[in-house]
Design a protein around this ligand. Structure first.
Ligand code: ZN
Length: 256
């Protein structure tokens, strides 16, 4: 009997270890659903590692080793209280299943070596990257004005470059099939080793890096119960807008 219970507990624990907990959907974010649906406290119950944004898109959320940070204009980092509200986030209990050492040079080189290491195109993974970064191009979302969608709001985001910084990339890779729920492909936020500088990564150059990959076997999506989410039209295809808002491409994107 106790063996059965032990096994059930072990299975439950393992599921929890490999679960991705997500708040809201990327489609809702694209549509301008920026009202916080859960708190930082709720996130901490479901993970110790992750990324997201804050109420009204006011800054980039980075969670590392169970501590939550908020990066705002210019990359300045403050610590949000546990009551801070979050409209979109992805967190997990990070334990690397795979480790690799890489000397990537560019962001493209890094994602190429990650592509070769991920077990499948159909599995979500969490990715932790530690090392010294020669150059980091980042952005920090600034509070959206009422009625703006994601593209409009990120058009006035803060963009900045830092050089020669030690720190950590907190990231995820999501399969293409998850595109209406999550950001497909890679999504990284950076936090410096001294925890004073951070943001959403647009591009980078780096020397040798240590990489940990955490393979997820479950996805939990918390559907917001805010009026804004419940009445939003989420039926469209928002891929192009999401891609433009989340990558450096918005600089050259049509209309921007
Ligand atoms: Zn981001």
């Amino acid at each position: 009997m106790s063996t059965v219970v032990d096994r059930a507990l072990a299975t439950a624990f393992d599921l929890e270890r490999h679960s991705l907990f997500q708040v809201s959907t990327s489609s809702a974010l694209v549509q301008g659903v920026f009202s916080g649906a859960v708190t930082v406290r709720d996130l901490k119950r479901n993970g110790d590692f992750g990324l997201g944004t804050f109420d009204e898109l006011d800054g980039e959320l980075i969670m590392l080793e169970a501590v939550c940070y908020r990066a705002t204009g210019g990359g300045a980092v403050t610590s949000p209280g546990d009551d801070a509200r979050v409209p979109f986030a992805v967190v997990t209990h990070f334990h690397p299943d795979l480790r690799l050492a890489t000397d990537p040079g560019s962001l493209v080189d890094l994602t190429t070596s990650l592509d070769a290491s991920r077990p499948s195109e159909n599995q979500f993974v969490g990715i932790r990257v530690d090392g010294r970064f020669e150059r980091l191009s980042m952005r920090a979302a600034c509070a959206a004005e009422s009625g703006e969608n994601l593209l409009e709001a990120t058009a006035h985001q803060s963009e900045f470059t830092v050089v020669q910084e030690e720190g950590t990339l907190v990231g995820f890779w999501a399969p293409l099939y998850a595109r209406s729920v999550n950001v497909p492909g890679y999504h990284f936020h950076f936090i410096s080793e001294d925890r004073r500088l951070g943001g959403h990564l647009l591009n980078m150059e780096a020397g040798p890096l240590e990489v940990g990959i955490h393979v997820e076997s479950e996805l939990h999506v918390a559907i917001p119960e805010t009026e804004e989410f419940l009445t939003a039209d989420l039926s469209g295809d928002h891929q192009e807008a999401l891609h433009q808002a989340e990558t450096a491409d918005h600089r050259t994107g049509a209309g921007y």
